[in-house]
Design a protein around this ligand. Sequence first.
Ligand SMILES: Nc1ncnc2c1ncn2[C@@H]1O[C@H](COP(=O)(O)OP(=O)(O)O)[C@@H](O)[C@H]1O
Ligand SMILES: [Mg+2]
Length: 583
Amino acid sequence: MLPFLRPYRLRVVLAFVLLCLASGTVLLLPLAFRDLIDFGFGQGANTRGAPPHATLLATQSLNGHFAALFGLASVWAVAVAARFYTVSWVGERVTADLRSAVYARVLRQSPQFFETLQTGEVLSRLTGDTTLIQTVVGSSISNGLRSLFQFAGGMVMLAITSFYLFSLNLGLMMVLTLPIILIGRRVKKLSRESQDKIADASALAGEILNAVPTVQAYTQEQRETQRYTYSAELSFNTAIHRTRVRAAMTALIITAVTGTIIFVLWVGANQVQQGSMTGGQLASFILYAALVAGGVGTMAEVWGDVMRAAGATERLLELLHAESSIAETAIAQSLPHPTQAAISFEQVSFRYPSRPETAALDNITLDIPAGQSIALVGPSGAGKTTLFQLLLRFYDVSAGAIRLNGQDIRQLSLHDLRDKIAIVPQDAVIFSANALDNIRYGRPDASDDEVFAVAKAALVDEFINRLPQGYQTFLGERGTRLSGGQRQRIAIARAMLKNAPLLLLDEATSALDAESEILVQQGLNAAMRGRTTLIIAHRLATVQKVDRIAVMEHGLIVETGTPEDLRKQSGLYARLAKLQFDI
Ligand SMILES: Nc1ncnc2c1ncn2[C@@H]1O[C@H](COP(=O)(O)OP(=O)(O)O)[C@@H](O)[C@H]1O
Ligand SMILES: [Mg+2]
């Protein structure tokens, strides 16, 4: 955690100073009591029968003593309040920084990362684990330090007050530390397990909440509830197990410490009776012993918290140090001719890391000159979307190379590469924002007028204007308040706004009715002019105007040619075309 504390070291030092001040005051209090008993009351008791001015003196010093006591208490109060504020501030600050750092790291991960780690789990780490750390940094550690000071200072004062009683005390305590440390380790392990279980439960809930309509349509509410209950039950059991161990640890510590102290006090009381110790000394010894015992009690509890947070920190650091499987090059080359895009796939083969036994793409070679349009057609599962994923470098090719303007895309920075690509994905993503901002996502610095212009071209204008608040209408989380076709048109407008030299359309018009499809196609044709375009399409009618068609099947390119050429051959394309056009 140190790297996260370093920027606030001044505050940490300040908190430390305040802590010392508060602890120092607390340690002085028993001394004041000792004097009060031995001199204040003692003298007061002795002045009975003495001349009147002696009584007056005693009263004055008594008043002075109480005034000093109140003074000490006030310093203590202010120091405690200031420390509380400073330490909490550092705790909140570190948590916020940690959350952003983890989030930034997670956002840079390749899709492969999310194939293994569920988003619900990431969320649980971001909120639950960081909250644990906040408790520890923002209160437990300072409580622990305070207790440590109380403990250490108390020990010193105990030694000064009565070395004999102190040695007795110390010997007994040393014997008792070892089992406490051992139990502490166990708590840490159990804590990590319990956090993992909570994360599992939230991952499950996250997935199901995203699919409520499907769950209800298949009337699986009860089964899903049972699944979640079971998962919550598991985390309950681990948590209770942890709590049991911790409770036992607390009981053990309290018994050990108070037992020791009572024993030592018993010895001390005997000493006072024999006259080898004053009543005031024993009183201050009792107060110091109470401070020490309280200190140990809190430290034990804090130790439990710290161990819990250590488990949480481990999980967070895992995220924080996660390396994306897509490595940025050390020395990024600049892209030649950045305003155009010529693509070439050179003997590209690819296997998904999660499915290494089958080749998703097998020795693909394809050249697309700048400004040309090419359609990828073929049965689903042929590997068309995979080609797009490789172009965007969500995955790296297993063999061969992909070049943009002659430059291997692995030699470009991810930003430069993706900056040149506008994509309309297979399932259009809509953010929970209004229509205007959803389109503007393609180019955040675009003016309102530019957004309206592409909206007209992508035919979103007419339906957005019919929404209750026009472009300001909130589209719902994941665009739940739009139809599939409307979502697609917004995604198209967003891609057109980006104005990148390479346009990727993955079944971009598949959710549209025939009439809108023809209209949107006109908009797209305008967008494709002067751009390199790759279109994945199921309906062959939509790709009759492209320069070339590549037909894919089982990860291979089986035919390429112009639409007319391919129709004349008797291959896969001719078969598909016959099915689609001869109805
Ligand atoms: N993330 C993934 N992990 C493993 N296999 C995948 C993944 N995505 C797609 N595939 C597989 O790769 C093949 C090609 O998929 P895809 O490129 O999406 O086909 P399509 O031509 O329909 O777009 C399919 O067999 C699919 O099951
Ligand atoms: Mg696909």
